[in-house]
Design a protein around this ligand. Sequence first.
Ligand code: DX5
Ligand code: ZN
Length: 214
Amino acid sequence: MIKVAPSILSADFCKMAEAVNNLKQWNADIVHCDVMDGVYVPNITFGMPMIKALRRYTDMPLDAHLMITRPEKYVGQFCDAGADIVTFHPEASEDADGALDVIKAHGKLCGVAVNADKPLELALPYLDKIDLLVIMTVQAGFGGQSFMSECLGKVKEADEIRRQRGLRFAIEVDGGVCPDNIAEVKRAGADIAVAGSAVFKADNPAMAVKSMQI
Ligand code: DX5
Ligand code: ZN
């Protein structure tokens, strides 16, 4: 069954504790936290203090998706703040291997993310050491964008490589995922679906979560 990871980027920033409590009530699997620095992407969201604050309010897994430059400088701090999974974009790093090692040394799950306009090749050197591969189906930077189904080819390719090489990383699809495209996302080989607006802007969020856990 696909795990659903709602992105709190689409929640009310004044009510984050309530948002994570709601996610538990709605039976979501993972809390996806979109960290943006205004340099790697043209938007700024939040950093380690938000992860640390949320950690006090939820026992759900916190998935920190770092859309920041030089992630190797910060991954340790995100682990210390309480993230359970830390992913970053390898082309934004000068030491992606080192960053993955730091996350692992903290006993956390590590991963790399491939932006919508980037090739899967950027992630290939890390596939044997990551726990999670994030394939983006929107251009990183903003919630609420439309799903780019053309990016699913990378999901299929990664799933194929994983099978051939007996690797264990999970595949997370991130951006514009909703009940209407979840079947396509699953068919491509995804294990986890990030969904921001499809959950937080839904009339019935619990139903939206459930309808994507297919
Ligand atoms: C985009 C983020 C995504 C996104 C998810 O930069 O990484 O996690 O905001 O939100 P929706 O589902 O609204 O695209
Ligand atoms: Zn994300």
